[in-house]
Design a protein around this ligand. Structure first.
Ligand SMILES: Nc1ncnc2c1ncn2[C@@H]1O[C@H](COP(=O)(O)OP(=O)(O)OP(=O)(O)O)[C@@H](O)[C@H]1O
Length: 250
C-alpha cells in the first residue's frame, strides 16, 4: 500500500486563476521522492503557474499541496524546499556579490539573526565551484550574463541543501557546457535521493535527463515514469492546438 511519506509532493484538486480566469484546472499529481521530474507543455500551458502555486507564491482557487511527510504548510519547511526561478525574472537592482547571493541559500538553516560563518562561506565557494563560477565570487550579480546568473541561482539552491527542488527552465539560454554541468548536478541530486521538479522545453532531451514527467496543458495530460507516459499519443494531446511542431521528437 502507498504511504504518505513515499511522496515528495502531492497536489490535490488544484485550480489556479488569474483575474478569475482559470489557467490550471483540477490538477492532481503525486511526485515520488528521489525522482527527476520534467514538467512539459506548450507556451502558456501553466507550468510556471503550477510551480508557483506549489510553492505557495500564488493562492489557488481550490486545492491542496502537501510536501514531505504530508506537511501542507510550506512556511515550516523553508530550507527543505529549494527554488531556482527563471533567469531574468529577478531584477537585481540592489548591490549583492555572487557570494552574497549563494549565502542567501544558507539563511534558512542559519536563521536571519546569525551571520554566515567560515563554514558557510566555504560551502558557498564549493557550490560555486560546482557550477564553474568560483572565480566570480566577488563580482556584482548584476554584472553577470543571464546564463551566469542562472548558474549562481543553482549554486544558491545547492547551498541550501534542500530535499525538494523546483527549477523553472534552468536550461534556458545556457550554452552546451553549462547544460552538461546542470545535467551532472541533477544526476548528483538524484544520487542523494533529492527530488527535483524542472520546467523543461526541449522534448528531445526528456528521456536522457529525467526519469519522471508531467505533461500539462491547463490540465494534467499524464504524469508518471518517462518510459510509460512520454509517448506520441500523450504528446499530441498535450500540444494539440498549440501549433508546436512535434515531428522528429519521437
Ligand atoms: N500574472 C499573470 N496575470 C494574468 N495572467 C497570467 C499571469 N501569469 C501568467 N498568466 C497567464 O497564465 C497562463 C499560464 O502562464 P504560465 O506562465 O504559467 O505558462 P507556462 O506554461 O509557464 O508558459 P511558458 O512556456 O511560455 O513559460 C498563460 O495564459 C499566461 O498568459
Amino acid at each position: 500500500m502507498e504511504r504518505q511519506q513515499d511522496y515528495a509532493v502531492e497536489v490535490e484538486d488544484l485550480t489556479v486563476a488569474y483575474d478569475a480566469k482559470p489557467v490550471l484546472w483540477d490538477i492532481d499529481l503525486k511526485i515520488p521522492k528521489g525522482k527527476l521530474m520534467a514538467v512539459v507543455g506548450p507556451n502558456g500551458a501553466g507550468k510556471t503557474t503550477l510551480i508557483k502555486a506549489m510553492l505557495g507564491l500564488l493562492k489557488p482557487v481550490t486545492g491542496a499541496v502537501r510536501f514531505l511527510d504530508g506537511n501542507d504548510d510550506i512556511r515550516t519547511l523553508k530550507n527543505r524546499i529549494g527554488y531556482v526561478p527563471q533567469s531574468g525574472s529577478v531584477d537585481w537592482d540592489f548591490p549583492a556579490t555572487v557570494q552574497d547571493v549563494v549565502l542567501m541559500g544558507c539563511y534558512g538553516k542559519l536563521g536571519w539573526i546569525r551571520r554566515p560563518g567560515k563554514p558557510d562561506v566555504e560551502l558557498a565557494i564549493q557550490m560555486l565551484a560546482k557550477v564553474g563560477m568560483q572565480e566570480y565570487a566577488s563580482r556584482q550579480i548584476s554584472q553577470l550574463s543571464g546564463g551566469q546568473q542562472q548558474r549562481v541561482f543553482l549554486a544558491r539552491a545547492l547551498a541550501q541543501e534542500a530535499e525538494v527542488y523546483f527549477m523553472d527552465e534552468p536550461f534556458k539560454g545556457v550554452d552546451a557546457q553549462t547544460e552538461r554541468a546542470i545535467v551532472a548536478l541533477l544526476k548528483e541530486l538524484k544520487e542523494q535521493n533529492k527530488t527535483v521538479v524542472v520546467v523543461h522545453h526541449d522534448l528531445q532531451t526528456v528521456p536522457d535527463y529525467f526519469d519522471w514527467v508531467t505533461l500539462i496543458n491547463l490540465r494534467v495530460v499524464a504524469c508518471g515514469p518517462v518510459e510509460e507516459v512520454f509517448h506520441e499519443n500523450n504528446l499530441k494531446k498535450t500540444y494539440q492546438s498549440s501549433g508546436t511542431f512535434l515531428r522528429g521528437v519521437m
